[in-house]
Design a protein around this ligand. Structure first.
Ligand code: CU
Length: 162
């Protein structure tokens, strides 16, 4: 049961990554997600300056028997959103837009600082630290997954217990 082991590990990471203790229930009960896809630990890091892009992080598990490919993201309260991957070849932070992102059957992909994130462009005033919003991922074929994210101020990241 390799996939179960991966899932258990990610679930534990999700718990450790949230020091407010308020999100796990809500995130587990995502309002609308296709069967087999499970998103946990969703949070948003606001930019340092109001109006700067915000970044959204989460774990997405594909417990289905088929692959699912993310092709778009939308963030409630932001003008637009895109999937980014941080470049790792340079000391300077750089981001590349990811047009399609495959989540293989039985695997989990973790969006976290330094790797993948959903970048929310032109976040509106309703996106305030301490609040919550929703993110919708659209998969190739048209299926979607909508899940809640907790909003954090710049620099106020939910730290892993280390
Ligand atoms: Cu980005």
């Amino acid at each position: 049961m390799k996939s179960k082991q991966i899932w258990a590990m990610v679930a534990a990471l999700g718990l450790a990554g949230c020091n407010t203790g308020t999100t796990e229930e809500a995130v587990t009960e995502a309002p609308a997600c296709i069967p087999g896809i499970e998103v946990t630990g969703g949070w948003m890091a606001m930019g340092a300056i109001p109006g700067d892009p915000a970044a959204v992080y989460f774990s997405i598990a594909n417990n289905d028997s088929t692959n699912h490919m993310i092709r778009a993201a939308a963030v409630d309260g932001a003008a637009s959103a895109m999937i980014h991957q941080m470049g790792t070849w340079s000391l300077q932070p750089s981001m590349d837009e990811v047009m399609q992102l495959d989540i293989p059957a039985g695997e989990t992909l973790v969006f976290e600082p330094g790797t993948y994130h959903v970048m929310a462009m032109e976040p509106g005033e309703q996106l305030a630290p301490g609040g919550q919003t929703h993110v919708t991922l659209t998969f190739v074929g048209g299926d979607t997954c909508t899940f809640p994210v907790e909003i954090h101020a710049a620099g106020d990241e939910p730290h892993h217990a280390e």
